[in-house]
Design a binder for this molecule. Structure first.
Ligand code: CMP
Length: 136
C-alpha cells in the first residue's frame, strides 16, 4: 500500500555558509524526493528555542539554539513514499563520524552540532515541524 509522506528538512547554517544548499537539494531530488515548499530564512534564537523545545532539558540545548539561529538556513517540505524514514536514512547518523558512506552528514557534516541537515523523526513531529515553518 502506498504511504506518501511529507517531512521537514532543514539545511543548517554550516551547510548554507559553505554554499552546499544547491548540492544538498540535488541529492534529495535525485533520491526521488519532491521539494513541495522551500524558504531561505534566518530565525531568532527564541524561534529556535520553540522549534527544538523537545530538547529543552538536554545539556546541548542552549548551544543548539544559538547555532540554528546563527545564520541563514533553508527549510523545505519534502515528499516521497515513506519520506520520514527515507530522509533519515539519506541524512545518516546525527554524529557525522558515525554516519554511513554516501549519507549527507558523512559527506558534509563537520561535527555533531554542525551536522548540515535536520529531518523530522516521526509523522507526529513532521506535522508539527512543517506547521512551524509553513502554516499559512
Ligand atoms: P538534529 O537532528 O537537528 O536534532 C537536534 C540536534 O542537536 C542534532 O541534530 C545535533 O546537531 C544536536 N546535538 C548536539 N549534541 C547532541 C547530542 N549529544 N545528541 C544528539 N544531538 C545533539
Amino acid at each position: 500500500m502506498s504511504n506518501i509522506e511529507r517531512t521537514l528538512s532543514i539545511i543548517k547554517p554550516d551547510a548554507v555558509e559553505r554554499s552546499l544548499d544547491g548540492q544538498i537539494k540535488q541529492i534529495f531530488l535525485s533520491n526521488g524526493f519532491t521539494i513541495v515548499q522551500e524558504r531561505k530564512i534566518q530565525i531568532e534564537k527564541s524561534e529556535a528555542e520553540k522549534f527544538y523545545k523537545v530538547h529543552e532539558t538536554k545539556p546541548f540545548y542552549n548551544d543548539l539554539c544559538t547555532y540554528l539561529s546563527s545564520g541563514p538556513i533553508v527549510v523545505m517540505v519534502l515528499e516521497k513514499e515513506n519520506a520520514i524514514l527515507a530522509n533519515r536514512e539519506l541524512m545518516g547518523s546525527t554524529n557525522p563520524k558515525d554516519a554511513k558512506e554516501n549519507t549527507i552528514r558523512k559527506k558534509f557534516g563537520l561535527s555533531i552540532d554542525k551536522n548540515s541537515v535536520h529531518g523530522s523523526d516521526s509523522p507526529e513531529n513532521a506535522k508539527i515541524e512543517i506547521d512551524f515553518f509553513f502554516k499559512a
